[in-house]
Design a protein around this ligand. Structure first.
Ligand code: PEP
Ligand code: MN
Length: 688
């Protein structure tokens, strides 16, 4: 008897070996077909052929007395794997530099056997390259590792069909400069695990990840006298149960964790909803370009403009371009109470004209738009790659120009542009852009006054300035912390120490703060503290800096370079808008001419020119133009008379001892007079 069984087992081993060999042979053919498809026209996937194949196999299974469901399930899995592999070939071809690494490092949150680990294996398995999976304690640490290059990819859970969106993931994606290059879906099968097959009534403590506990809340409520405790992840909870060998303890984790940690599955399927899926996104540092034959999703984060119906207009824009929305989520907008960031996923590929035009139009209704990337979609419930659109559904015709381009002045406007600045130009957006900072609106009828010292020098100095600015009706407090000085021996600013006290002064007096940033690596940290980031004249064409500014959700006060013509200035502003940030305030501050009586020549004609050419607000800084306090009142009045949306001036408690730009600083008394003059001008304007 024993012998007979042994013989049969040997036979089974041989059959199983043959199955693997057959799969390997299949894979070879798939790879060859995949190579041919790289250059061939037409779709990657032939759904009709797949259906026919399955039908044939099912018929054959029936003839051979094999369960047709088993055959269907197995072959769906095999076909899915093949499609993924071929898609990956295309992605690798289009992104050669990302295939260079010998070993891919993929991060996940948790320990061996966590759902994140399993889905990472599923996602990266078909790549056919060596992958090292690395567990991290938190999402933040994991994403930081991707950012710093310690990890090529991270598998980040973003939503669950029972528990909903994972807020922390969304907030991290908004905050960190990372992109999405993939997604996957994992069926979560929660089980109760213990060291032995104990009765449920013996269990006194259950450990698991808070998400898992939430998803099994109904089952847990039915367990009497049981204490429920959160744990860093499901697999870690399983490990604890193994380590502590306590019969009264159990963990909620998947069956794979039971296998890894040698535990018993006391009860299966304990989630509130049987169909319980988590969607993960694959996070990377650089985006991928994806062949248009692969069905894709694109993810963006946006803040709408402060206008009625702005969100609706954004959604309509997507609909107009037939970009099907698959997810819309809102989260509080950092630093802007009662405002929201919207996270939108839609079907479409950034490589297509349709999506590019759609996004360009979308920017017109947003103040901030961050494109997280396009990636192959894996969205059906059965967790297959999304199916291609049926043949009849060809791409809709996209109008060649954005809608507003047909307005009468648009073509004239475009002819004036030496190099086109599509987003900055009024040709694309007729309406003035209003920029909201706290309670202050920049770009509207009321002129805005930004005032404060050239440099933050001390707590007393900046507090004194803040008080005077506030008491006289100024709107924003300025103060340089990183100073662009002509000489390296001059005062270079107080850096972050200065920013701390500027922030404190602003908060104390209810004034939003403006400060200059000079280095790309300072953009993100300064944006966390300052309400507006200033770009100085000397950095107007620092393109790496401009691209970085496009990624933050903060308005930019964008000074004109002293040697720049208006086209160059607007072209440079386009960099910021093109990178996502639509909140740019232009600032004319004087240009270099042959005239030396003033520090620079204030080009007041730039104001009406810019108001004609662009929808962006423009303010004037007479201080840096004049170089002396003496002509500031006249030039400020002139600025407002020609249509500036506001002014920025320097003021100091004791100009004679100022560490920078003392000669042009207004005393507090002069500032008070200037404010009275501005108020009178505005009142006269309104009463007209
Ligand atoms: C400033 O505002 O202090 C400053 C340095 O200005 P600009 O870049 O216009 O010289
Ligand atoms: Mn200055």
């Amino acid at each position: 008897m024993q012998r007979e069984i042994q013989d049969l087992r040997n036979k089974l081993d041989e059959i199983d070996g043959n199955i693997v060999d057959a799969l390997a042979a299949r894979q070879q053919v798939i790879t060859t077909i995949g190579q041919a498809k790289l250059t061939a026209e037409g779709g990657l996937r032939d759904l009709t052929r797949e259906q026919e194949l399955l039908a044939r196999l099912v018929a054959r299974a029936k003839d051979a007395d094999v369960d047709p469901h088993l055959v269907t399930r197995l072959f769906r899995e095999i076909l899915d794997h093949s499609v993924r592999r071929q898609q990956q070939n295309l992605v690798d071809r289009d992104n050669p530099d990302r295939t260079a690494a010998d070993v891919l490092v993929v991060g996940y949150q948790g320990t061996d056997g966590a759902n994140s680990h399993l889905v990472a294996q599923k996602h990266f398995g078909p790549r056919g390259v060596e992958v090292e999976y690395r567990g991290y304690d938190s999402f933040e640490e994991m994403l930081q590792a991707v950012h710093d290059g310690g990890c090529n990819y991270a598998m980040l859970p973003i939503e669950n069909t029972t528990a909903g969106s994972i807020n922390e993931s969304y907030d991290l994606l908004a905050r960190m400069n990372l992109v999405l290059v993939g997604e996957d879906i994992w069926k979560i099968e929660h089980c109760l695990l213990a060291i032995e097959d104990v009765p449920l009534s013996h269990i006194r403590r259950v450990y698991s990840h808070p998400q898992a506990l939430a998803q099994c809340s109904e089952f847990l409520r039915r367990l009497k006298d049981t204490h429920v405790e959160s744990f860093t992840d499901t697999a870690m909870a399983a490990r604890k149960i193994r380590d502590e060998q306590d019969l009264s303890q159990a963990a909620i984790a998947n069956a794979e964790a039971a296998r890894i940690y040698g535990l018993h599955v006391v009860k299966q399927g304990i989630a509130n909803q049987k169909e319980n899926f988590t969607r993960f996104v694959v996070v990377a540092r650089e985006p991928v370009t994806v062949d248009e034959r692969i069905p894709c999703k694109t993810s963006v984060i946006l803040a709408t403009k402060h206008e009625e119906g702005a969100l609706l207009r954004c959604l309509n824009t997507l609909a107009d371009h037939h970009l099907n929305l698959t997810k819309l989520e809102s989260r509080p907008r950092p630093n802007n109470p009662w405002e929201y960031l919207f996270y939108i996923d839609f079907e479409g590929n950034l490589a297509s004209q349709q999506v590019q035009t759609g996004l360009r139009e979308l920017t017109a209704n947003t103040s901030y738009l961050k494109v997280l990337g396009s990636y192959p979609a894996r969205t059906t419930r059965e967790n297959r790659p999304a199916e291609p659109k049926p043949a009849g559904a060809s791409r809709p015709k996209v109008p060649a120009e954005p809608k507003a381009a047909s307005a009468p002045t648009a073509s004239v406007m475009q002819q004036l542009e030496k190099k086109p600045y599509k987003l900055v130009s009024r040709a694309g957006r007729m309406k003035d852009t209003l920029i909201q900072v706290g309670n202050v609106t920049i770009g509207g009828a009321e002129p805005v006054v930004i005032a404060g010292p050239c440099s933050v020098e001390s707590r007393d100095q900046i507090f004194a300035c803040a008080r005077v600015v506030k008491e006289n009706g100024g709107h924003l407090l300025r103060g340089g912390c990183f100073k662009p000085r002509t000489s390296p021996y001059s005062f270079q600013g107080m850096g972050y120490e200065g920013l701390d006290i500027l922030e404190e002064a602003g908060r104390t007096f209810g004034l939003p703060i403006v400060t200059e940033v000079m280095h790309p690596s300072d953009v993100q940290p300064v944006a966390r503290q300052a309400d507006i980031l200033q770009i100085g004249a000397r950095n107007m064409q620092n393109f790496s800096l401009l691209k970085e500014l496009g990624k933050v959700d903060r308005p930019i006060l964008f000074k004109r370079g002293m040697m720049a013509d208006i086209d160059e200035w607007l072209g440079a502003a386009e960099y910021i808008l093109a990178a996502g940030n639509q909140q740019v305030i232009l600032c004319e501050r004087g240009i270099r001419t042959f005239e030396t009586a003033t520090r620079n020549t204030l080009d007041l004609s730039a104001v009406p020119v810019c108001r004609e050419r662009t929808h962006l607000p423009i303010i004037v800084d007479p201080s840096h133009a004049c170089g002396t306090y003496r002509w500031i009142p006249q030039m400020a009045a002139g600025s407002l008379a020609v249509g500036a949306h506001g002014i920025m001036v320097e003021t100091h408690p004791d100009p004679a001892t100022a560490k920078s730009d003392g000669p042009q600083a207004l005393t507090f008394e002069m500032f008070e007079k200037l404010m009275a003059q501005i108020h009178a001008m505005h009142a006269a304007q309104v009463s007209k």
